[in-house]
Design a protein. Structure first.
Lengths: 167, 101
């Protein structure tokens, strides 16, 4: 029974993640879909832990749930109007969009069947923070520095766009 | 719990994100669907790292960069949404048909 426990937890997380994601794209109220996205991102952190990525799970909760989603909820609350509740939230092409995404889902799942014979991993779970840190400041140093430039540019851009008058 | 199941979950979440991007009228809903697609790719990267390359951490390093770029994208996108909302008093994409003002 104990051998099946990670699998059971994984399937439970998968079901919760799919339900929360469908809630994100179908809820009529944007605030509710933002709350649903919070649930989905937290479940993704749990899936990261199942795959032995403890630092990434912490970063997911800190950056996504604690940072991005707070900003997103602020913007949702700043930009909502009472008449939004009465309007349709999908456009006219939702049937075509549904068919398109179903096609992509089915073909991707079929294409991944190559990996169906993959043996379960024998990797031991161990803390990854120290190794990840030395990887980031060692072999991945160049992308690490480039991404800091991107963050600086995004900061300046956000301040510029959020000004009252673009001068 | 095998690699195939993790990849199938990632594909399903990615397709749900595509559906949201294609059909949402509210631009904030489109941004949230893009975040879903980022997370689907992160699940695939972590699963590949766990099953195919157990000794190394390159996949997890990539996920850190994806999270960073997603944060930058969300901040710039949301400040653009606020700027547009200030001018148009609307967050619906069919009203955003002008490049200026």
């Amino acid at each position: 029974m104990m051998n099946h426990l990670p699998g059971l937890v994984f399937y439970g997380f998968s079901a919760a993640l799919i339900v929360a994601s469908i809630g994100v794209v179908t809820m009529k109220n944007v605030f509710y879909s933002a709350v649903s996205l919070v649930a989905a991102l937290t479940v993704v952190a749990g899936i990261f832990i199942l795959f032995g990525a403890d630092f990434l799970a912490a970063a997911q909760v800190l950056v996504y749930v604690g940072g991005i989603m707070i900003i997103m909820l602020f913007v949702v609350m700043l930009s909502q109007q009472p008449r939004d509740q009465l309007q349709r939230q999908t456009n006219d092409q939702w049937v075509a969009g549904l068919l398109f995404s179903l096609t992509i889902a089915i073909s991707l799942v079929r294409a991944f069947r190559v990996f169906v014979t993959q043996e379960p991993s024998l990797a031991e779970m161990m803390p990854t923070s120290a190794k990840l840190g030395s990887l980031l400041l060692g072999d991945m140093l160049l992308p690490f520095e480039v991404v800091s430039l991107i963050l600086l540019a995004a900061l300046v851009g956000a301040v510029l766009f959020a000004q009252d008058k673009l001068s | 719990m095998t690699l195939y199941h993790a990849l199938a979950l990632s594909a399903i979440i990615f397709s749900i994100g595509i559906y949201g991007v294609l059909t949402r009228r509210n631009i904030l809903g489109i941004l949230m669907s893009i975040e879903l697609m980022f997370n689907a790719s992160n699940i695939a990267l972590v699963a590949f790292n766990h099953y195919r390359h157990p000794g190394t951490l390159w996949g997890q390093g990539f996920v850190i960069f994806v999270i960073t770029i997603a944060a930058a994208e969300a901040v710039v996108g949301l400040s653009l949404v606020l700027a547009i909302y200030r001018n148009l008093k609307s967050v619906y994409t069919e009203n955003m048909n002008l490049l200026h003002g």
